[in-house]
Design a binder for this molecule. Structure first.
Ligand code: P61
Length: 439
């Protein structure tokens, strides 16, 4: 525990950026669910079975088998985390001047597409940009938007469509299998590949089981396979669903694409049988892949997120609804409706919550979206603060403490000041930017 005075000081030193706080100054850490989940006894035991041979470690083959059993992709190229897989697939498939449609942007994904010479195009349904829309599958693709892009730019300028499961930036919102099937058909009939950002695929599968018609009696693994079978390749940040602190991979079906990726991984990550991970980490990951698909686990995980969401919603706090899979997202635009979007309300709100209680959250709005090619802030429709729940770490009592703090901040919301940059990095500015309160 820290005192309020200590937190006021810590927030100032961190430039009002929760990424720049020291974790020892944080009481309940809801910055991210990335690499922050608790490994099980079985995963910890796996660490002791590390085969640290440079080449052909037995842990690699266990990992490859676990990935193939649960997701069904043919080839596995391990990486140290998700963005390394995004880098490789972008460099291999995108040519200068290409367009890459996706169901909402993700920060690292879009950046790698841009670095490779591509332009990201948002084709998610409009409901995804509206925190109050109760659409049950806000991760769905708007097929008219996708078709329009094909008509306007030509299918030969679209190497692939990137489909995320449990779409992060709009609140961990699922895509339905019915929609995915149509997207896959439309893409493939135009010679466009489907690349799956499967970082939270198991969480999406739970949502499908929970409320897509016809799936209540299917298992999480059956649903997961059905999702993956509609796609050609996948990027994975194993730091989320897979319950490990580090790791990721690229998975592909086409052997030629696999060869290109294997050739590239040795340049940037390490040999193709470890890709930047230690043998022991691959073993813990192989075990995590199987554990995360267990119904009891995924149900407890998503329902804990829903518990916090229901609590805040019940108190009239503006949140993104329906509550998604990995966190509760506060609608900062509504919460701090006295601030202009260029005063970074979500950044200011995340800092204020930290000062109130030591709870650390993350900005997901104007700062995260960065600047467009014209140099202006992108000003995304969603201006959110993400209260992200790590897996198997916190209890419902922790959720109660978080809810109390949010309610307290809500009571004095009119006093919260906006922010302006004092330092703005070129890439992924939200990670390292610094701010000061506006006068
Ligand atoms: C997160 F503020 N997510 O949610 P890597 N795709 C998706 C992700 O959620 C994801 C990656 C790819 C993080 C960490 C993080 O703007 C940020 O293993 C859907 O982190 O490289 C990561 O996977 C990249 C936080 C990343 C951010 C980027 O907290």
């Amino acid at each position: 525990m820290t005192t309020r005075d200590e937190r006021v000081k810590a927030a100032e030193v961190a430039g009002y950026n929760t990424f720049l706080l020291k974790s020892e100054d944080v009481y309940i850490d809801l910055l991210t669910d990335s690499g922050t989940s608790a490994m099980s006894d079985r995963q910890w035991s796996g660490l002791m079975l590390g085969d640290e041979a440079y080449a052909g470690s037995r842990n690699f083959y266990n990992l490859e088998k676990a990935m193939q059993d649960i997701y069904g992709y043919k080839h596995l190229i391990p990486t140290h985390q998700g963005r390394a897989a995004e880098h490789m697939i972008s460099q291999i498939l995108i040519n200068e001047g290409d367009f890459i449609p996706g169901n909402m942007y993700f920060t690292t994904t879009r950046l790698h597409q841009e670095i490779a010479g591509g332009t990201f195009v948002d084709v998610i349904i409009s409901e995804a940009h509206d925190p109050t829309s109760l659409h049950p599958f806000k991760g769905d693709v708007d097929l008219d938007k996708f078709q329009k892009l094909i008509d306007e730019k030509g299918a030969d300028k679209i190497p692939y469509i990137c489909i995320a499961t449990a779409v992060n930036m709009c609140g961990g919102q699922p895509i339905s299998l019915a929609n995915m099937r149509l997207v896959s058909e439309m893409a493939h009939s135009n010679g466009i590949l489907v690349v799956h950002d499967m970082t939270r695929c198991i969480e999406n599968a739970y949502m499908i089981k929970d409320h897509e018609e016809g799936y209540a009696d299917k298992s999480i693994t059956e649903i997961t396979r059905e999702i993956c079978d509609l796609t050609d390749a996948a990027t994975m940040s194993s730091k989320k669903d897979h319950l490990v602190n580090i790791g990721g991979f690229l998975a592909v079906n086409d052997p030629e694409l696999a060869d290109k990726a294997r050739n590239m991984v040795v340049v940037y990550e390490g040999l193709h049988t470890y890709g930047g991970m230690a043998g022991r980490d691959m073993e813990a990951l192989a075990i995590g892949i199987r554990e995360c698909a267990e119904y009891e686990h995924i149900r407890a995980r998503v329902e804990q997120v829903r518990y916090l969401g229901a609590k805040l919603d019940g108190e009239g706090i503006p949140i993104v609804k329906p509550v998604g899979t990995h966190g509760v997202f506060l609608d900062a635009r509504k919460f701090l409706d006295h601030l202009d979007q260029d005063q970074f309300p979500a950044q200011a709100l995340a800092a204020e919550i930290y000062i109130d209680s030591g709870v650390r959250a993350m900005e997901r709005g104007n700062v995260s979206a960065g600047r467009g090619p014209d140099g202006e802030n992108r000003k995304p429709p969603l201006e959110l603060v993400r209260l992200t729940i790590p897996r198997r770490v916190y209890t419902q009592a922790h959720m109660d403490v978080v809810a109390e703090s949010i309610m307290e901040v809500y009571d004095h919301r009119g006093k919260v000041k906006g922010l302006e940059f004092t330092y703005e990095p070129e890439y992924l500015r939200f990670f390292q930017a610094k701010f000061k309160p506006t006068a």
